[in-house]
Ligand binder design. Structure first.
Ligand code: GN1
Ligand code: MG
Length: 355
């Protein structure tokens, strides 16, 4: 039974807790994540990392452990209690490693669950947006002196637009006639935007915008808040890698400013919320003001556009590839996600001169 498997994996890790129950936390599109309740607190979060998507899981886990240690060290002036709520704490296995590999070749990692925390899929107040921005700014500030050479590039070219266009163009060659037809309007849209959507990548490649340590999956559901909606901790650090701040700012805005869920089918509900953009930006810049360069600042609106677009393109590509990458719940799920992001882009365009 699956519960026995979960329990036995949990017991491979070094802790004194007694397993009580588990529940799947189903918000991610790639990994499997479970909340493990112990007889007594603390509770835990157990993750099975998708090794089809992530080719170097030990490298990925090393990245997140090192980055967490770095952040904890930077927070050493704070109380232990505060530290535990501000950064993820990973547990070691009984044999002293940071991950457990089971006999089917699956990789697992375990961390403490941060108690009395909540997440949001949609932003419902300026406060949440502001706090989210502040927390990302803090994450980037705290990791700004981390030696990026220590990090494995877990998915090479993850946010590289030409790479994503190459994947899209290969998918166009392979796709079924039916899917090509269903997606035609969006395929044409994507082609039209290519040049503009590659601007940030060119600035990165020419060195005009510098590379830093970035989180690379900053959607709002990857931010933990306390019950009063004060930002606590950035979670899901699987994709921590060198990047530019525009990846993180833009990817966050993609979900912060969407008035609906990422896969909402009723496109009338999808719009870009400018007030939340401004609140997020304000919180972000409060933390980043001493390190952000004028050029980085100038390109924040284009970052929002680019990261909404890159997700539209990736969902569309996966649809054309018959859903080989993201978990889907029904056959048009990826196309619906892509349409949603294109609608958001359209709505953002109406406000772009005011951001
Ligand atoms: C994936 O699995 P999850 O939900 O953490 C994806 C992100 C996307 C996100 C869209 C490794 O993240 O890039 O922004 O879905 N992660 C990977 O919701 O591809
Ligand atoms: Mg993720």
């Amino acid at each position: 039974m699956f519960i026995d498997q979960i329990k036995s994996v949990f017991n491979e890790f070094e802790h004194k807790a007694e397993f009580k129950s588990y529940k799947e936390l189903a918000s991610g599109h790639i990994n499997d994540t479970y909340l493990i309740k112990a007889l007594n607190k603390p509770h835990f979060v157990l993750q099975r990392i998708n090794h089809g998507v992530f080719k170097d899981v030990p490298g990925l886990i090393k990245n997140k452990v090192l980055v967490s240690q770095h952040i904890r060290h930077k927070l050493k002036a704070a109380s232990k209690k505060k530290q535990k709520r501000a950064v993820l704490t990973f547990l070691k296995t009984k044999s002293g490693t940071d991950y457990y590999k089971d006999n089917q070749g699956n990789y697992w990692n375990l961390m403490y669950y941060i108690d009395k925390s909540i997440t949001h899929d949609i932003v419902t107040s300026k406060k949440i947006a502001y706090q989210g921005g502040k927390l990302l700014g803090k994450f980037l500030t705290l990791t700004s002196d981390f030696d990026a050479n220590q990090l494995v590039e877990v998915i090479p070219k993850f946010h590289d637009m030409s790479f994503r266009f190459n994947q899209f163009e290969s998918a166009l060659q392979m796709a079924s006639i039916e899917r090509l037809e269903n997606a035609k309007f969006y395929i044409d849209q994507a082609k039209l935007l290519k040049e503009e959507m590659c601007i940030l990548q060119k600035l990165k490649e020419s060195g005009q915008i510098k590379t830093r340590v970035t989180h690379n999956d900053t959607k709002i559901s990857n931010v933990l808040f306390d019950k009063r909606n004060k930002g606590l901790c950035m979670i899901d650090t699987d994709t921590v890698m060198p990047g530019i701040i525009h990846y993180d700012f833009g990817d966050a805005i993609r979900t912060i400013c969407n008035t609906a869920q990422e896969d909402e089918k009723d496109l009338n509900l999808v719009a870009f919320n400018v007030k939340y953009y401004k609140a997020y930006r304000k919180g972000f810049l409060k933390q980043m003001k001493s390190t952000i360069t004028p050029l980085e600042l100038k390109y924040l609106p284009l970052a929002a556009k680019t990261m909404i677009f890159i997700m539209a393109l990736r969902f569309l590509t996966d649809y054309l590839n018959n859903d080989v990458y993201y978990k889907v719940k029904y056959s048009e799920h990826n196309l619906d996600r892509s349409k949603n992001q294109f609608k958001l882009l359209d709505s953002l365009n109406k406000h772009i001169n005011n951001l």
